[in-house]
Design a protein around this ligand. Structure first.
Ligand code: ACO
Length: 306
C-alpha cells in the first residue's frame, strides 16, 4: 500500500509521510490472512535456508503483539501447521522490541543447554489494530514476518565466536500510556486500537537506543567502528539516522527497509536481516548490531557475529 492511497482515507500526503518518516509503502495482509499465516511462511523459509527440518527444532518463540487469538499462543498454531508434535512453542510480547526479546530468550535457552535449535519468529498484522481514521498512526505501520534459526555451537568465549555475543534488555512501564492499544480481554473485552503520542516516543527513542548499544559495547569492548552492519528496528528513518549519527555508525553500514515496509513491529528486524543476507551484504563472520525500542517502553540490543 503506497502513501498516495492514504490521501483518500485521511488528510495526509505522500510528501508529509516521506519527509517525517521515510516510509513510501507498506504491505497489508490480505483479507483473512493472519499473523500465523505470515509467521508460518517465514518459519518455513528460515528452516529451508538453515538446511534444517522441523524435526531438528526443539523450541519455537514467536514475537508478536497481534496474535491470532487471545489464546492459545499463535506460536502453538504455527507449531501445529509445521507438523511439529514435540518440544514447545510460546509467544512473547514486547511490541516493537519483541524480536530482540525473543532472540535474547533463545540465547539464554541455548546457553543453559535447555534447547539446541530454536526457531525465533517475528510476525505481525498491525493493520488489524490501526484506527484507519487517525492520520497520526495509520500511515506508520505495516504487516510482515521474518524468522531465524538459532543453533547451539561450541565457541571460544571470545568476540571472534559466531552467534550472539551479548544482549541487553530494558523496560520502563512509566511510559506505558505513550504507546498502547486501548483494548484488551481483561480491561475492555475488545481488541482495541493503537494509540501513540508520536512526539513523546520520538523524544525518548534515540537516548534509549544509545543506552543499550553502549551497554553492548561495554560488555564486549567493541565500538561502532568494529560493526559491519547495523540492523535497527525500522520505525522511522529519522530515528534511525539520528541514532546512527549519535553512535558514530557510518550511513553505509545501516540496513534500511522502512521505506518499503513501514513499521512492522516485531517483524521489522528479521525482515531487514533477511534482505541484507539475501542480497549478499551480510556475510558469514560479519559483526551485526540489532536494536529496537517500542511500546512499554521496552528497548534492547543484540550484538552478534553472523
Ligand atoms: N499527515 C499529515 N499531517 C500529519 C500526519 C499525517 N499522516 N500525522 C500528523 N500530522 C500533523 C499533526 O496533526 C500536526 O499538525 P498540527 O501542527 O496542526 O497539530 C503536524 O502534522 C505535526 O505533527 P507531529 O506529531 O508534531 O509530527 P512529528 O514531526 O513529530 O512526526 C511522527 C510525527 C512521524 C509520528 C514522529 O513523531 C515519530 O516518528 N514518532 C515516533 C513514532 C514511532 O517510531 N513509533 C513507533 C515506536 S515502535 C512501537 O513499539 C510500535
Amino acid at each position: 500500500m503506497k502513501n498516495k492511497e492514504f490521501e483518500n482515507l485521511v488528510d495526509t500526503s505522500d510528501e508529509w509521510i516521506v519527509q517525517r518518516t521515510g516510509i513510501r509503502e507498506r504491505h497489508i495482509a490480505a483479507e483473512g490472512e493472519t499473523t500465523a499465516d505470515l509467521g508460518e511462511k517465514a518459519a518455513r523459509a528460515a528452516m529451508a535456508d538453515a538446511g534444517v527440518t522441523v524435526d531438528d527444532i526443539d523450541l519455537i518463540i514467536l514475537a508478536t503483539s497481534t496474535p491470532n487469538n487471545t489464546f492459545p499462543a499463535t506460536a502453538v498454531e504455527i507449531q501445529e501447521r509445521l507438523g511439529m508434535r514435540h518440544g514447545a512453542a510460546f509467544d512473547t510480547q514486547a511490541v516493537c522490541s519483541g524480536f530482540i526479546f525473543a532472540l535474547t530468550n533463545a540465547d539464554q535457552y541455548i546457553r543453559t543447554g535447555f534447547a539446541k535449535r530454536i526457531l525465533v519468529i517475528g510476525a505481525e498484522t498491525f493493520s488489524r489494530i490501526l484506527d484507519w481514521s487517525d492520520r497520526t498512526t495509520c500511515v506508520l505501520f505495516g504487516d510482515g514476518a521474518g524468522a531465524v534459526v538459532v543453533e547451539a555451537a561450541e565457541g571460544e568465549g571470545a568476540i571472534s565466536d559466531r552467534g550472539i555475543l551479548t544482549a541487553h534488555l530494558r523496560s520502563d512501564g512509566s511510559h506505558k500510556s505513550k504507546l498502547y492499544v486501548d483494548g484488551g480481554p481483561s480491561s475492555t473485552q475488545t481488541v482495541g486500537y493503537l494509540r501513540m503520542e508520536g512526539k513523546e516516543v520520538f523524544r525518548h527513542a534515540t537516548g534509549m537506543i544509545a543506552d543499550v548499544i553502549e551497554a553492548a559495547y561495554a560488555a564486549t569492548g567493541l565500538s561502532s567502528e568494529d560493526i559491519d552492519w547495523f540492523v535497527p528496528h525500522q520505525a522511522n528513518k529519522r530515528i534511525i539516522d539520528a541514532s546512527a549519527k549519535k553512535l558514530g555508525i557510518s550511513p553505509e553500514k545501516v540496513v534500511l527497509t522502512v521505506d518499503r515496509h513501514g513499521n512492522t513491529s516485531a517483524a521489522s528486524i528479521p525482515l531487514a536481516l533477511c534482505e541484507a543476507v539475501s542480497d549478499g551484504r551480510i556475510k558469514r563472520g560479519d559483526l551485526v548490531l540489532l536494536e529496537a525500542m517500542g511500546g512499554g517502553f521496552t528497548w534492547g540490543s543484540v550484538l552478534l557475529r553472523w
